[in-house]
Design a protein around this ligand. Structure first.
Ligand code: GTP
Ligand code: MG
Length: 257
């Protein structure tokens, strides 16, 4: 069934997504985890930007993320508008062990809210949460954050969790509650993630996918995709062109959304 032969045969909805954030917070690692389910402990800084794609299957539709992973180094800042222009989604990443990276994230959010697509879906991701979890893997040895002033209790004794959070607060510089409150106030999705363990990664992209105004995108792409006659603003008119039933069988590379 399905082949109603109405011309174009888009099987998935393309969503342009950009990653922004301070250098070394783990943007590329988040993408690598999402796209390839891998982690590289010594990932090199991105130069300019990298482009990757990944499919994400929701209940009744498939999104194809076109991901622009930007370089966080300041010298590349001026390139960013090229990547967030027309983006339907953004993931702004900070590092939970580095307070300044949240400040940088906030300034990216402001820039997006001023200059990007007004309907852009923005997620804030506090990455490297494995470093502040006492449970198992986090050997804590990797990167000692330049703890400037406040060293709270440097008694990182993960064995003796006193009954509350169980996190070595010495490494955490951004309390979850603080970032979450900011995200709520600014209208952002919020996650804590670890590209190293995979925690929270798929959720970021799944929750974004759920918030994307798919019908808008479909309508816009119909209008732009070389079919000059293809109707005007009918947002919901083109669903038959997304042949999800056929596609689901094929997309083994889809994320676990
Ligand atoms: N422990 C831990 N390390 C991470 C995590 N994510 C990234 N890293 C490490 O942090 C370093 C920087 O990661 P990248 O992914 O290159 O960071 P980036 O934000 O892309 O950096 P730029 O491309 O320079 O903007 C690398 O050594 C990663 O292995 C994480 O979730 N946990
Ligand atoms: Mg990078």
């Amino acid at each position: 069934m399905a082949e109603t032969a109405s011309g174009s045969q888009d099987k998935s909805v393309q969503v342009k997504l950009v990653l922004l954030g301070e250098a070394a917070v783990g943007k590329s690692s988040v993408v690598l985890r999402f796209v390839s389910n891998e982690f590289q402990p010594n990932k090199e800084p991105t130069i300019g930007a990298a482009f990757l794609t990944q499919k994400c299957r929701l209940e009744d539709r498939i999104l194809r993320y076109e991901i622009w992973d930007t370089a966080g180094q300041e010298r590349f800042h001026s390139l960013a508008p090229m990547y967030y222009r027309n983006a339907q989604a953004a993931v702004v990443v900070y590092d939970v062990t580095k307070a300044t990276s949240l400040e940088k994230a906030k300034s990216w959010v402001k820039e997006l809210q001023r200059q990007a697509n007004p309907n852009i879906v923005i997620a804030l991701a506090g990455n490297k949460v494995d470093l502040v979890q006492s449970s198992s893997s986090s050997s804590g040895a990797s990167s000692s954050p330049d703890s400037e002033d406040e060293a709270d209790d440097a008694t990182a004794t993960p064995g003796e969790t006193p009954g509350s959070p169980g996190e070595p607060e010495s490494l955490r510089q951004v309390p979850r509650e603080e970032a979450q409150a900011y995200a709520q106030e600014a209208g952002l999705l919020f996650f804590e993630t670890s590209a190293k363990t995979g925690e929270g990664i798929v959720e970021v992209f799944t929750e974004i996918a759920k918030k994307i105004p798919i019908e808008h995108i479909l309508a816009a792409s119909r209008n732009n995709s070389g079919r000059p006659g293809a109707g005007g603003r009918g947002n919901n008119a083109r669903e038959e062109n997304v042949n999800l039933q056929d596609d689901q069988a094929k997309t083994k590379d889809a994320c676990n959304c």
